[in-house]
Design a protein around this ligand. Structure first.
Ligand code: HEM
Length: 208
């Protein structure tokens, strides 16, 4: 569960690094070039199955863990005691399910359209022709409903990551007072940068 989670944490950085390109280039050439590389590179296409397996493993094990927790303590505590865990740790299954719903809609928005649908082509001054995946992103975020949906989902993803990052290290046995504070700090930094980065995309495209 932790290893799959850390793998997805790494994926989110790569995915953001590519997606954010759309904000720095009005012609979308950089973004479309990067998308073209991701779509056509056989190594990356192969790796995509590893990514999906990582998601499925993480989701299944997350549900199993939650059911085990419920069975271990069918009646809830009466009083809220002191806990070392963060506030969001209590809501991992809830934020996880919302991220899963987001992912389904996100796949329909982009992945299935790129894989199986019609994507317009664009030719740049350099003579290079690409599928205009960037246009799909720009068109989607003209719709305020999607902008709001993405912002809320990404905030919940942020809450999921806030606990998930440090929890992954702890579950792997990497917990010690000498370095755990540093892991928690890096986790906070990662969560803020990644969440803000993803949210910036619909916000900038819609409002600016
Ligand atoms: C504003 C935020 C985001 C934008 C603009 C965006 C954009 C895209 C685009 C354009 C694709 C299709 C790429 C292709 O097939 O070549 C894609 C695929 C995908 N996205 Fe996102 N994405 C965003 C956030 C996220 C988040 C937060 C997650 C995970 C929780 C995610 C997970 C995926 C996955 C798993 C795929 C399919 C694999 C892949 O094509 O790399 N995306 N996204």
């Amino acid at each position: 569960m932790s290893l799959a989670g850390l793998f997805l944490i790494t994926f989110l950085v790569v995915h953001l690094a590519i997606n954010i390109l759309i904000l720095f280039d009005d012609s979308r050439e950089l973004f479309n070039q990067a998308a073209h590389f991701m779509i056509t590179n056989p190594l990356i296409q192969g790796f995509q199955w590893v990514l999906f397996a990582g998601f499925i493993l993480h989701i299944i094990l997350g549900f199993v863990l939650q059911v085990q927790n419920w069975l271990a303590r069918p009646t809830r505590y009466d009083r809220k005691g002191h806990s070392e865990t963060s506030y969001f740790s209590k809501f991992m299954i809830h934020t996880g399910v919302i991220v899963l719903i987001f992912l389904g809609i996100h796949m329909a928005n982009f992945f299935f359209r790129v894989k199986f649908g019609e994507v317009p082509m664009i030719t740049y001054d350099s003579g290079d022709t690409y599928r205009d995946v960037g246009l799909l992103v720009i068109e989607l975020f003209k719709d305020l409903g999607y902008v709001v949906f993405y912002i809320i989902s990404l905030l919940l993803l942020g809450f999921h990551l806030d606990h998930g990052f440090q929890s992954a290290f702890q579950s792997l046995g990497l917990y010690h007072k000498s370095y755990t504070p540093a892991i928690k700090l890096i986790g906070k930094f990662y969560t803020i940068v990644v969440t803000a980065g993803y949210i910036a995309i619909p916000v900038v495209l819609y409002f600016f």
